[in-house]
Design a binder for this molecule. Structure first.
Ligand code: SF4
Length: 688
């Protein structure tokens, strides 16, 4: 009734704009959002939020929201009812499976959707279709970090909590624009640095805010982090500063590791990275002198040909210095999307079930086969990089993408678009008619986080509940309901009445979440995995042991993979990343007027040196081109970048989209695109 609509309602939710996982009450009246109010008890953020969490929500009421299923007719789409859309989807899935086998179908889950939805998406792929071809967009960002940590310490997650970072003696940030990408987490570092004498070292090719605040800032050559990290580690060992007792009691593989490390001398590192020997020694001294150290890293490390190896080198350094298992220590790969962590945790990966249990493990497979009453293939499926290749090769015929703007964020997008066009059948499920949806045969309208219940897992492995603020707009539906409807059309008999039922099933099967249930997560309560059956959780990992057979961590030898080579004419290195105001490619924040008006279009950061050399001014329109495509963008001259280093923010899906420039080259161990290894030539199109 009108009376009820006018009541002010307060609902707890979790922010969807980054992996920090801020939680707050949203005040609403009808569909109007009155304010966002963080609570003292908000575990990740206390009473703070950043601009996106505070003002980024009006997209939920955007006129551009999808409110009806769409079915392609020639070059256009027509609106349809759910029944028609769902039976078309299930009929086509069935046909393709019968004709080409289950592995001709591929599934992409979303790191913006809930844990329960990622669980269901992998259950649909594995349990209903019968393929392990399921992946999520952590493949674009943090899979190399997960790999580096799995090799060395066993769990691919932050070693402690965000709050715990405050107690570290030293914070080392490598390849992360933390102040803009993880604002509320960065605030904690800024505060400790200013008030508690915490030391801060930043390694980046761009002088961003945290670099300006740091005690020591280094600008290594692009793609060379592994070399200086290894040289610093070697120097620490050579000086006798390694934590001998920790290594003896808790770590395997020292001998082989040290042998491989010998090539990383200070001289070699200086020559390769451009960082002087004196500075490398200074870094080693600062780490040695600190009571504890944490290392934060992000895409500047992972999106390279050797992204997994550099992540491994970070973890090796922490092991050598005994910086695991005590407060204020450990590895912090910073997750980008709100639920990057959870999408992988809950099994949307081609080689792993929920809880990172291996598809190849017969016992694990048997457990799921029994629980789901199906047969699951023993071979890992295709990751999203391989799916695109598979379409080009003619092996993949259908794709179901849920909540991912693959047609903008994947690398080498011209190649990706060509693949989309070759698909026999393409289903895109989203809240907006995305660039990716333009290629679809069927578009299914989903509901954003404010219109559903479920859980997200933030970068510190913290599982938090979100509550429904609004009813789904128009005919849109929560993703879990859509996946269940498709599964049931295909003959499954799923009867989840609420996301808590899905969590209950996952908790029974996946050891990391044994004690997770909705009561234990009520309101602002939260749990950091692993969670034992009795409900005790693990804010700080590795206190007594590492999750390997003998309880010990492993030092894992790694080598440098040299960056991609380009022909000489491609002489400009194009770095890329986020802006504070925008969420990734901007697909949500561009729909929020409050944010769009502040940062309307993209720009290219150019150093004063390069500007001088090429005659560039603020506003000069240039074309950057690589062998894969080109972008047009206006220049902004700034000393945040130096020399032939330019920076292109990633929040553009039109003529300035970074992935028109990127290649299909990828991290050798995980296939994460080498987004950061781009060289281009620059031409002036017009002066403003
Ligand atoms: Fe949202 Fe991240 Fe900002 Fe927190 S820091 S309000 S989670 S975008």
């Amino acid at each position: 009734s009108v009376m009820r609509e006018e009541k002010i309602k307060k609902t707890k939710t979790v922010c969807t704009f980054c992996g920090v996982g801020c939680s707050f009450n949203i005040w609403t009246k009808g569909r109007e959002i009155l304010k966002v109010e963080p609570q003292l008890e908000s575990p990740a953020n206390g009473i703070s939020t950043c601009v996106k969490g505070k003002f980024g929500w009006d997209f939920v009421n955007s006129e551009e929201r999808l409110t009806k299923p769409l079915i392609r007719e020639g070059d256009t789409f027509r609106e349809a009812e759910w029944e028609e859309a769902l039976s078309l989807v299930s009929r086509k899935f069935k046909e393709i499976k019968e004709e080409h086998g289950p592995d001709a179908l591929t599934f992409i889950s979303s790191s913006k959707c809930t844990n329960e939805e990622s669980y269901l998406m992998q259950k649909l792929a594995r349990g209903v279709i019968g393929t392990n071809n399921i992946d999520n967009c952590s493949r674009y960002c943090q899979t190399p970090a997960t790999m580096g940590l799995s090799r060395t310490v066993g769990y691919g997650g932050d070693a402690g909590t965000i709050k715990d970072i405050e107690t570290a003696g030293l914070v080392l940030i490598v390849g992360s624009n933390t102040a803009e990408s993880h604002p509320v987490l960065a605030t904690r570092v800024k505060r400790s640095h200013k008030l508690k004498g915490q030391k801060l070292i930043v390694a980046d090719i761009r002088k961003h805010e945290m670099a300006e605040r740091s005690d020591l800032f280094i600008q290594p050559r692009p793609g060379s982090d592994i070399v200086w990290l290894s040289a610093v580690t070697k120097y620490i060992i050579d000086q006798g500063w390694a934590d001998e007792q920790f290594l003896r009691d808790r770590v395997n593989g020292m001998e082989e590791y040290v042998e491989n490390l010998q090539k990383f001398t200070l001289e070699y590192a200086e020559e390769t990275t451009g960082i002087s020997k004196e500075t490398l020694i200074k870094i080693a001294e600062m780490i040695h002198g600190a009571k504890s150290a944490v290392i934060l890293w992000a895409m500047g490390v992972t999106q390279h040909l050797g992204g997994s190896d550099t992540s491994t080198a970070i973890s090796n350094l922490l092991l050598v210095t005994g910086n695991y298992g005590k407060p204020g220590s450990g590895a912090y790969p910073l997750r980008g999307h709100n639920n990057v962590q959870g999408a992988s945790d809950f099994g949307s990966m081609p080689n792993q079930f929920p809880s990172y249990e291996k598809v190849k493990d017969d016992k694990v497979r048997a457990k799921y086969e029994q629980a789901w009453g199906v047969k699951i293939p023993a071979e890992p499926g295709l990751n999203n990089h391989e799916m695109i290749k598979g379409i080009h090769d003619g092996n993949v015929k259908a794709m179901y993408v849920k909540g991912e703007e693959m047609g903008v964020v994947d690398s080498n997008i011209n190649f990706v678009h060509e693949a989309f066009e070759k698909l026999d059948f393409f289903v895109v499920q989203d809240i907006f008619f995305s660039r990716t949806a333009q290629f679809a045969d069927v578009v299914l309208p989903a509901s954003p986080s404010l219109e559903k219940e479920g859980t997200f897992t933030n970068t510190e492995r913290r599982i938090q509940r979100l509550y429904k603020v609004f009813e789904p707009l128009g005919d849109s539906k929560p993703d879990w309901e859509i996946i269940m409807a498709i599964a049931n059309q295909l003959g499954a008999e799923w009867d989840y009445s609420h996301p808590s039922d899905i969590m209950a099933e996952a908790a029974q099967l996946a050891p990391l979440f044994a004690g997770v249930n909705y009561e234990r997560l009520e309101g602002y309560k939260s749990l950091c995995w692993p969670v034992d059956a009795d409900g005790s959780d693990s804010p700080l990992l590795f206190k007594e042991e590492f999750p390997f057979d003998d309880g010990k961590a492993k030092l894992y030898p790694v080598d440098w993979t040299e960056p991609l080579e380009y022909a000489e004419e491609y002489d400009i290195h194009v770095n890329n990343g986020r802006l504070l105001e925008h969420f990734h490619e901007g697909n949500l924040t561009y729909k929020s007027e409050g944010i769009k008006s502040k940062t309307p279009s993209t720009f290219l950061e150019v150093s004063p040196e390069l500007a001088e050399e090429r005659g560039l001014k603020d506003g000069t329109l240039v074309r950057l081109s690589t062998p894969y495509g080109n972008v047009k963008v206006k220049c902004h001259i700034t000393d945040r970048v130096k020399g032939k280093e330019v920076y292109l923010p990633m929040n553009d899906s039109g003529e300035g989209a970074i992935n028109l420039l990127t290649s299909s080259h990828a991290d050798k161990d995980t296939d994460t695109p080498a987004y950061k290894e781009v060289k281009a030539k620059l031409e002036i199109l017009s002066q403003e």
